[in-house]
Design a binder for this molecule. Sequence first.
Ligand code: BDR
Ligand code: CA
Length: 310
Amino acid sequence: MATKILIDTDPGVDDTMAILLALRSPELEVVGLTSIFGNTSVEVTAQNALRLVELEGHDSLPVAKGASRPLARPLRQPGTHVHGEDGMGGTHPPPPHGKLLPMPAAQFIVEMVRFHPGEITLVPLGPLTNIALAVLLEPGIVSLVKEVVLMGGSAYARGNATPAAEANICNDPHAASIVFRAGWPLTMVGLDVTTQTVMTPEYLDDLGKAGNPATELIHKITPHYQAYFDQFYGMKGSIHTHDPSAVACVIDPSIFGTESMPVYVETEGRCAGETVPDRRRQWLDEPPVKVCLGVDSTRLLALIKERLTS
Ligand code: BDR
Ligand code: CA
């Protein structure tokens, strides 16, 4: 039976790849999308989420708009320099036909989890504000969620938004702290693994050659993202594989090597958003998190290519 997943997302170039991967994978049943600020404003990410479900012919899939700002800290600069003002690499695709649900993301998350007790895997690909708001709204969902598999954080790889913090956690450290402390089964797919898997220009060209609507969209929106990686990391057209890694971890967890340990989220000061791994288990007041530390990049890239191009 397919795993029911609810994707919380800020599309976003890599979110787009991740959502298309999920929608094209028979192991998964996507039950809805919720949007969040991050790579661009929540208004834009919500429209992009609608566009993506329509592109794959899932027009009736529910999409709910979420939070426009973090729980407690000021809104950081959006990731438009990475993903474009439109979150789609500056390509300005036509508006979607569909409408957003008339309820906020947090409420939709609560309703879906209650409706499918023990069955839903939450897959957050952006700042964790919607997920934290859902927990605050109905703490009972913690025991009803099957698991949480999120893209975010960094155990040993340091940060990408600041020297200490990965972008999704940095964008709302208080929300992340709530999510990491909730006590549900949680897997952190962070920079330790997502930066190990590199999509080269040749790999991206191969995707483009498939010529289906999914790969055509990816082919259009990726150059802006590649330019960012080149400017900041000198990657000459290659990119890291962030959000698709989290979806792949639900499809086939055997691609990743994990270690269970408490992870503390720093909420204040210069290191806000840092995810501190406690390998020696000294901070036992923090619940254990499955931290992805290894990845079979060859298998991961093959899986993504096979799903997107078929
Ligand atoms: C994360 O930050 C966002 O820019 C990406 O979409 C990804 O979710 C990587 O740090
Ligand atoms: Ca994202």
